[in-house]
Design a protein around this ligand. Sequence first.
Ligand SMILES: [Zn+2]
Length: 66
Amino acid sequence: MSGSCLDLRQYQDSADMSAIIGKLVSGKSGYKAVIEKKKEVIKCKQCGKILEGTEKFCPECGNKVK
Ligand SMILES: [Zn+2]
């Protein structure tokens, strides 16, 4: 019976932690900018269409990507 009480406390602890981490992350204005800067735009070399990066062939002109 004491075991279920312990589980509940652990759950509350982790919920508090994620809330605190979420506040810290959203509070940093530069955090998201760094992630967006890291994401590079992939374009088709032939027609210049912006790709998601998962395609092997350009959906616009069929040119092989990479
Ligand atoms: Zn293309």
